[in-house]
Design a protein around this ligand. Structure first.
Ligand code: SF4
Length: 214
């Protein structure tokens, strides 16, 4: 269990990120939880902007999970080609849509275990959907969130599930949904993987690694 002092420090860090990013949310464009689920799967190893370029065509061609579940893999691949890893991604979004139709009547469940039971949906993707589409308490740990948590000594873990558990222990439940997107934005703009901008970092006085970025 983190100490009161560790919790206070964690609150200060998140408070500053909230000030910097008052309305942090995903840049992925979507109209419903299923669209966000598909867009999040497509966003692996590419930018949100790239995904936003292909999803309007994708959802126009296959507007519902039951449509995409029946989609031809080759046609889906061609549509999402520019997002990279298009074969695996096409298989994943068809499979998860088929699972949704078969087991959840085409409705995305607002539950972590149910979401991660869908083929191709991991804990990170499920947490993004829970936090963003449903406003449920969930912390998605991607590479930025993990890096920031370690640099800021909020976690020492490298396993995303452990980082998530450490962050859950530090923050009250009402804050969980607002953590990931702010960490991600900060990780892209300031606490960069290779050369963190420690000299202009608003968290430098709370960071054990200013200038080291380890
Ligand atoms: S001081 Fe440097 S390492 Fe620490 S959070 Fe800021 S940018 Fe990242």
């Amino acid at each position: 269990m983190p100490s009161a002092e560790e919790r206070r420090r964690a609150r200060t860090i998140l408070g500053r990120l909230k000030k910097r990013y008052p309305d942090a949310g995903t840049a992925l464009e979507y109209r419903d939880p299923w669209q966000l689920l598909v867009a999040t799967v497509l966003s692996a190893q590419t930018t949100d902007a790239n995904v936003n370029r292909v999803t309007p065509g994708l959802f126009a061609r296959w507007p519902l999970p039951e449509d995409l579940a029946e989609g031809s893999p080759e046609e889906v691949e061609a549509m999402i080609y520019s997002t990279g890893y298009y074969r695996q991604k096409a298989r994943a979004i068809i499979a998860l849509s088929a699972d949704l139709v078969e087991r959840f009547e085409g409705e995305v469940p607002a539950d972590l275990d149910a979401l991660t039971s869908l083929r191709g949906v991991g804990r990170k993707t499920a947490s993004v959907v829970l936090a963003e589409a449903f406003g449920r308490p969930a912390i998605a740990v991607d590479t930025h969130v993990g890096r920031l948590a370690r640099r800021l000594s909020l976690s020492a873990a490298h396993d995303p599930a452990k980082v998530e558990a450490d962050l859950r222990a530090l923050y009250p439940v009402r804050e969980w949904a607002g953590i990931s997107m702010r960490f991600i934005l900060f990780g892209r703009e300031v606490c960069l993987a290779r050369r963190p901008r420690c000299e202009s970092c608003p968290l430098a006085d709370r960071c054990p690694y200013p200038g080291r970025g380890s």
